[in-house]
Ligand binder design. Structure first.
Ligand code: ATP
Length: 329
């Protein structure tokens, strides 16, 4: 099986370097093919996402993506990750959030956030006039159906108990109202306890009663914000993995961005990238190496191996070598 590896820039190459070392140890049969993307790629080749990279991505069984920096002048810029999500029709963004080790983070959390990835506020459909800017926000029945079906399948297959539809239908009656109606149609007959919550209440619930939430399905912007909040509560952005899934393609990436403030200084926590690689192994039907990788990352942290964002002293490379040595032993 072939994996397209797109490190990008900022801390992307450092954290993806750690994930590649772990994959070489765990699954040497995977063909890892590197591709060029991002700001540095643009300065070398004049393109943020070359056709050659898109071809590699389309011809691979999965994509492992690091991060790309946004250029200072964003005029005419379309982010490579948004382009890939659209072109590959990666409609579901899956963000599991849990503490890497007991006691790590502000509180204990174990939630799966399923975020609609193709519509809502992220279509970038803004029109400017003399008075201001208008944003068109699309919510289609088809997108609602497939994201709710995906969330139901994830909830059922992972043995979870509750599936909560998070929206703002008290204000956005027609658009979010459609999402809520489709949710109840789609989950009819499910063994999961299916209910709903307003997004502002869900943001508070994560802090006040974190163990009450289980699987959340929500629209694009709400999912983006709630998953960053959840990640911050459970240990920080350095620990949060994600998957972007479609019917034909899948891309795995840490939730964090390129973090230019710490790039190139061996300060990044590679856990989010390592756990994204574990999600990829599960997707490629390699559950044993996936479980081994998860346990090596959490075992390293539980034994006190921590990067600076978690209050430790380890550099990216030192942390990665501890994880790889655990995989060897
Ligand atoms: P971008 O514009 O690419 O999203 P950003 O700096 O605005 O980049 P993030 O990359 O998500 O946003 O990072 C926000 C902050 O969180 C960073 O400034 C960094 O200090 C911290 N951070 C993010 N990822 C990590 C990581 N893997 N390890 C340690 N700290 C991190």
């Amino acid at each position: 099986m072939r994996v397209a590896v797109l490190p990008g820039d900022g801390i992307g190459p450092e954290v993806i370097g750690a994930a590649v070392a772990a994959l070489r140890e765990l699954a040497p049969e995977l063909e890892l093919v590197h591709g060029d993307v991002g700001l540095e790629c643009h300065s070398r080749r004049g393109e943020y996402l070359p056709d050659e990279t898109m071809e590699l991505v389309k011809g691979s069984d999965a994509v492992l993506f690091g991060a790309v920096s946004t250029p200072l002048s964003a005029e005419g810029y379309r982010s490579p990750i948004l382009t890939m999500r659209r072109e590959l029709d990666l409609y579901a963004n899956l963000r599991p959030v849990r503490n890497l080790a007991p006691g790590l983070g502000l509180l204990d959390l174990d939630v799966i956030i399923v975020r609609e990835n193709t519509e809502g506020m992220y279509t970038g459909d803004e029109s400017v006039d003399e008075e201001g800017v208008t944003l068109s926000r699309r919510v289609s029945r088809r997108a609602c159906e497939r994201i709710c079906r995906f969330a139901r399948d994830i909830g059922e297959s992972s043995g979870r108990g509750r599936l909560t539809c998070v929206h703002k239908a008290n204000v956005l009656r027609r658009s979010d109202g459609l999402f809520r109606d489709v949710f109840y149609e789609t989950v009819r007959g499910s063994a999961l306890r299916c209910d709903e919550m307003l997004v502002d209440a869900a943001a508070a619930e994560l802090v006040v009663r974190p163990d009450a939430l289980d699987v959340i399905v929500t629209l694009n912007l709400y999912g983006d914000i709630l998953s960053d909040e959840a990640a911050a509560l459970a240990g920080g952005l350095g620990t949060a993995p994600s998957a972007n899934i479609g019917d034909r393609h899948a891309l795995f990436e840490p939730v964090h961005g390129s973090a230019p403030d710490i790039a190139g200084r061996d300060l990044a926590n590679p856990s989010a990238a390592l756990l994204s690689a574990a999600m990829m192994l599960d997707h490629l039907r390699m559950p044993e190496p996936a479980a081994a990788l998860r346990s090596a990352v959490s075992g390293t942290v539980a034994d006190g191996g921590r990067t600076r964002d978690l209050g430790g002293e380890l550099g990216t490379e030192e942390f990665a070598s501890l994880v790889v040595s655990r995989l060897r032993s």
